[in-house]
Design a protein around this ligand. Structure first.
Ligand code: BGC
Length: 326
C-alpha cells in the first residue's frame, strides 16, 4: 500500500514538474524573445544607423525599406530607429547614443539648431560620418546630403499652380512643421515662383504636424477663417490627404485647386478620383539606396558627391505616375 502511495506521489510530482517546466519554457520564451532581434553587428562588414523622423510614417518606411534592402545586399547591418511620432529632441538623443555606440555611420534628417551641428562635429571626431537624407543642414559638417532639392520642389508646385489656374488665387499652405528645414525650403521655392504673378497670393500657412488629421483640421479652420481661399498647397506627405478630408467637411462650396506632396498610394488614389489636381513626387527609395551606397563608399575612403539630389517631378494623373515608375 505504502509502495503504491509513493508511486502515485512520485508520478503526480513528476507530472506537475513536467507541466511547470513546459509552462516555464513557453512563457519564458514569450517574455524574453524579442521578435526580429537583429544579429550582432560583428557578423557584418559595417554597422550603420538610420534615424528616421517618424517610424510610423509611410514615407519614412519607404526610405527605411530600400536602405535595409541595399544594406542586406552588401553585408551591412543597418539599425533603424526613430520616434513613433515626430520628436526632434528624441532624434538628437538617439544620434548621441549612436555616437556612443560607435556605429560606422549615421544617416538622418538635417535638423535646425546648434545641437545638431554639435552632434555632427562630435560624430566626425569619433570618425563617424553623418549623411543627411530628406532634409539637409548644409551649415553642418555632414558629409553628404541625399534627397530632394526642396527649394526646387516648392518652385515646381508654384509653377504648376500658375499654369493650371486662371484668375485670382488665394492660396492656403498646409505644411508639416514650420520648424523643418525642408518644409521651409518648399514654401520659399513656392513663394519665389509666384512672387511676380499678381493674381496669386498666399493668405495663410498652417501646420499639420505631419499627420493626416492635423492637415484636415488645419484645412478646415483655415477655410473657415479665409472664405476666399480657392487653392491649397500641402508640403508634406500626409497633407494632401488631410486637405481633401478638410475640404469635404465643407459641403456647400466649390472645391479649391489642390496640389499635394509625395506619391503615397492614398495620394495617387485621390489623384485618380480627381480630388487632388497634382502632387510633387519625391523618390524616397532612391534616398535610402543612395544613402547606404554613399556610406559604403565613405568606409573605403572614396570621395563622395556632397550634394546628391534624387529628383522631383509634378505628377497629374495615375497613368503618368505608372509610366514614370515603370
Ligand atoms: C517630407 C518628410 C516628412 C514627411 C511627413 C515628406 O514630404 O519630405 O520630411 O517627414 O513628408 O509625412
Amino acid at each position: 500500500m505504502e509502495q503504491k502511495k509513493k508511486a502515485v506521489l512520485y508520478t503526480g510530482g513528476g507530472l506537475l514538474f513536467g507541466v511547470c517546466f513546459l509552462f516555464m519554457l513557453y512563457f519564458g520564451k514569450e517574455t524574453f524573445y524579442v521578435e526580429g532581434t537583429e544579429p550582432t553587428a560583428q557578423t557584418y562588414d559595417y554597422h550603420f544607423a538610420l534615424i528616421t523622423e517618424e517610424t510610423g510614417n509611410a514615407y519614412w518606411q519607404m526610405i527605411e525599406q530600400s536602405a535595409k534592402a541595399t544594406a542586406a545586399d552588401h553585408n551591412i547591418y543597418l539599425e533603424s530607429m526613430g520616434p513613433r511620432k515626430a520628436n526632434p529632441e528624441e532624434v538628437l538623443r538617439t544620434m548621441d547614443q549612436m555616437i556612443a555606440a560607435n556605429v560606422d555611420g549615421i544617416i538622418t534628417q538635417g535638423l535646425p539648431g546648434p545641437r545638431f551641428l554639435d552632434l555632427v562635429v562630435k560624430a566626425n571626431e569619433h570618425g563617424i560620418p553623418v549623411v543627411t537624407v530628406d532634409s539637409d543642414m548644409p551649415e553642418s559638417e555632414r558629409t553628404a546630403y541625399i534627397g530632394t532639392d526642396n527649394y526646387e520642389s516648392g518652385y515646381l508646385a508654384g509653377e504648376e499652380l500658375i499654369r493650371e489656374t486662371k484668375g485670382k488665387q488665394s492660396v492656403g499652405i498646409i505644411t508639416g512643421n514650420v520648424e523643418s528645414l525642408n518644409q521651409q525650403q518648399r514654401i520659399k521655392g513656392f513663394e519665389e515662383a509666384i512672387k511676380n504673378v499678381e493674381r496669386i497670393e498666399v493668405v495663410d500657412i498652417k501646420q499639420s504636424n505631419i499627420t493626416e488629421v492635423g492637415a484636415a483640421q488645419a484645412t478646415y479652420s483655415m477655410i473657415k477663417q479665409h472664405s476666399n481661399i480657392n487653392a491649397l498647397f500641402g508640403t508634406s506627405a500626409l497633407d494632401g490627404i488631410g486637405m481633401v478630408q478638410g475640404v469635404e467637411e465643407m459641403t456647400v462650396w466649390e472645391r479649391p485647386y489642390m496640389i499635394a506632396f509625395d506619391t503615397l498610394p492614398e495620394t495617387i488614389n485621390l489623384l485618380e478620383q480627381e480630388k487632388l489636381d497634382a502632387t510633387i513626387a519625391q523618390y524616397p527609395e532612391e534616398m535610402g539606396k543612395q544613402a547606404i551606397q554613399t556610406m559604403r563608399d565613405l568606409q573605403s575612403q572614396a570621395n563622395v558627391e556632397p550634394l546628391q539630389h534624387t529628383g522631383t517631378d509634378v505628377i497629374r494623373s495615375v497613368k503618368q505616375w505608372e509610366d514614370h515608375s515603370s
